[in-house]
Design a protein around this ligand. Structure first.
Ligand code: 3H9
Length: 661
């Protein structure tokens, strides 16, 4: 790398977010628009001014474009979507970058996403730091790239990887970007110096314009197989099918024509309900876990205790080990604890097998795990998460024993789904350190965690639980204490309304079909069958003595269990499963009809539209109640719980968003 003087040169501001400085006759332009350098109107006008300056400055032989902070450019400014466009629009900037007579090098200091990657692809060369990621995640927002992404990427990397990247929205790391030809080099340590070297290198003297590159050859049969996979996976989403069409255009029509069609498609999708819903989910996910007035500093955690090494405890352990913590996992006997270790090792081995984890990392993670059946071994834990059987006395007993072992400032979290965490906290020596961390199964995969703020939880306990959840790459949503917290309470309302629909004349398969057509991956009754009906049956039997005899009670689930129909595992539940495939069972229909007759209920025809409307309204009503009671802080929190934990289709935005439209 050549020596590059810099700081003595004056800085030129091209806008409030874009500035430039000469270094070795190269104009180094930096975008500084925190938090992610989104290409707002200010950035766009700054880039146009920088290009004009480049053209008019004889001393400047080339330009290097980079970002301040950890991101190159996080994409178009999503907050501008839905507002009137402000000139210069991004395609104008992209065209100007590409047309520059002097070489422009993109120096990717971090993520280049969406419009950010389009800017990079319009530059004449690209160099990235090792930690950068490059992608076109627009489909995740229900749109397609709108500034040339679908036409440039196939020309740079060939149609097959381009199609995969754009249709999945998944970014690739720099190393892979280098292999497929998306970047020209990966910088060792001195990105700007390396980019300047690249700019001054004779190879870069004539700008290489992406729009003029010939499409690399590829195997059409493989390509068509990829197309079929994408269309099958799209499940009613519009954007992936449009991506397929636009990438095909990149092969079939001149660049300008493909570009125009891409832009028209982008604008059409951007203004769609689906895109509005996905934007809502995007921002709701980023607001979740933010608590008004919570200023406490989270405690530093190094060692996490996990009590219970069943499926849930092991899933939590895997997520916790992956984030770099030491884990002490406790079970009742040495044999059970050893079984827990085997289960954790098995989950890690699965990740290695699927290519998600390197063997060396799996080994390192496992070396940070201790399993034990001796509760005093939990003493070093800074946070203990209990994931034992959902039984109040058992949990209280465990927490009391932990009280004798842990430091007073250690945090205690319960993973209960239905028990009252305030009752558990009240039975301990320090109720202020108790919170809930309600994980969803399988806990090493599901992102959602409900963080339960108990009546006496301190701000420090809450802040620590939130920071921990984020550190283990989960999506935390804060909930107050109530039966079922946010998710299961809404789900209960959904279930009750579905049961009413059955009493009125709908059949389980009608309800499941309607909700699957709406976008749920699986209808309610199919979900019950998959989960198994017997655990809820046992709970209902335990609660029978205390149930209000006058409250409405839907008896069909009990009757199914009494008939030995425990769900898919037993081959029969709400459906039958000959050869494992779900089919409607006339016996269940007969059971429902007999039940209606017995109760004097008259069945009527209920169409899919009514089913959907009634079920969504029931969820939204319960959501309103959660907000009124202060259990949930924002409608968006409820939406992301349902989207991330219960299969509510993201493209509908969640029950509260759907109700607001
Ligand atoms: C596009 O580019 C279309 C083009 O093809 C065509 C246009 C013509 N805009 O995620 P974080 C905010 S579509 C506005 O927690 P991280 C976010 O809301 C776009 N704001 O950070 C949050 O705000 P707050 C395609 C944005 O470090 C803050 O930044 N691009 C945008 O974990 C921090 O966010 C994408 O879809 C944005 N584009 O991750 C990329 N992005 O602090 C979307 C973020 O007020 N972004 N914010 O809550 C990401 O994937 C991640 O934010 C990123 C950083 C990886 C960049």
């Amino acid at each position: 790398m050549a020596e590059h003087q810099a700081d003595s040169e004056p800085r030129t501001d091209f806008s409030s977010t874009v500035s430039g400085q000469m270094q070795n006759r190269v104009l180094v332009v930096t975008i500084d628009n925190p938090p992610v350098n989104a290409i707002s109107a200010e950035v766009r006008s700054g880039l146009m001014a920088a290009l004009a300056h480049l053209a008019q400055t004889p001393d400047a032989t080339a330009m290097v474009l980079t970002g301040a902070g950890r991101t190159f450019i996080g994409g178009a400014d999503i907050r501008e979507f839905g507002k009137p466009p402000v000139d210069p629009i991004l395609p104008t900037v992209i065209a100007a970058l590409e047309a520059s007579d002097k070489p422009v090098i993109a120096a990717l200091n971090g993520a280049a996403l969406g419009g950010g990657l389009e800017v990079a692809m319009a530059c004449h060369r690209r160099i990235a730091v090792r930690t950068a990621s490059l992608g076109l995640p627009e489909v995740k927002l229900g749109i397609v790239p709108g500034a040339g992404g679908t036409q440039m990427l196939p020309r740079l990397v060939c149609a097959i990887p381009a199609l995969g990247m754009i249709a999945s929205g998944k970014p690739v790391p720099s190393a892979e970007a280098l292999t497929i030809g998306l970047v020209d080099d990966v910088s060792g340590s001195e990105l700007i110096g390396d980019a300047i070297d690249m700019a001054l290198c004779p190879n870069s003297i004539s700008p290489r314009r992406t729009s003029q590159l010939a499409l690399p050859a590829f195997d059409t049969a493989t390509y068509e197989t990829e197309v079929q996979k994408i269309l099958k996976k799209a499940r009613g989403e519009r954007a992936p099918a449009e991506v397929v069409r636009l990438v095909r255009l990149a092969m079939e029509v001149p660049f300008a024509e493909g570009l125009a069609e891409e832009r028209a498609t982008f604008l059409r999708l951007r203004d769609s309900e689906e895109a509005a819903a996905l934007r809502h989910v995007f921002f709701a996910e980023r607001s979740a876990g933010k608590v008004d007035g919570l200023e406490a500093t989270p405690l530093t955690l190094a060692t996490i205790g996990i009590a219970g090494t069943g499926l849930m405890g092991c899933g939590i352990a895997v997520a916790t080990l992956a984030a770099g913590y030491d884990v002490i996992a406790l079970d009742q006997t040495v044999e059970a604890a050893e079984k827990g270790r085997d289960r954790i090792a098995g989950l890690l081995a699965q990740s290695v097998k699927s290519g998600r984890l390197a063997q060396a990392d799996a080994d390192a993670q496992l070396s940070r795990l201790t399993v034990t059946a001796t509760i005093t071994d939990m003493a070093p834990a800074d946070l203990v998460i209990e994931a034992v059987f959902d039984d109040l006395d058992g949990k209280i007993d465990l927490f009391r024993r932990l009280d004798d072992v842990l430091r007073p400032d250690a945090i205690l979290a319960t993973n209960t789904s239905y028990l009252d965490p305030d009752t558990i906290a009240a039975a301990t020596a320090f109720p202020t350190r108790v919170v809930g961390l309600h994980f969803f199964s399988p806990a090493h995969i599901m992102r959602l965690v409900e963080v339960v703020r108990c009546a006496k939880s301190t701000d420090t306990a809450l802040a620590t639980a939130l920071a921990f959840a984020r550190k283990i790459r989960k999506l935390p949503v804060v909930t107050g204490v109530c039966e079922g917290f946010i998710g299961n309470r809404i789900f209960s309302a959904y279930r009750s309304e579905a049961e009413r629909l059955i009493e009125e004349g709908a059949l389980p398969q009608d309800i499941d079909r309607a909700m699957e057509d709406y976008g749920f991956p699986m209808g309610l009754f199919a979900v019950y069958d998959m989960a198994g009906l017997e655990i809820a049956w046992a709970r209902r039997k335990r609660q029978a003595a205390t149930r209000d005899p006058l409250a409405p009670y839907f008896e069909i689930p009990d009757r199914l269990c009494e008939a030995g129909r425990f769900g898919a595992k037993s081959g029969r539940g709400w459906y039958v499963y000959p050869d494992g495939k779900r089919s409607v069972d006339p016996d269940v229909t007969a059971m429902i009809e007999a039940y209606r007759l017995e109760k004097g209920l008259t069945a009527r025809l209920i169409d899919d539209a009514e089913i959907i409307q009634r079920l969504l309204a029931a969820m939204a009503r319960e959501g309103d109640a959660l907000l009124a009671e202060g259990i949930a802080a924002r409608p968006g929190d409820i939406d992301i719980v349902l989207v991330n934990g219960y299969g509510f289709p993201a493209r509908k935005g969640g029950p509260m968003f759907a109700a607001s439209r």
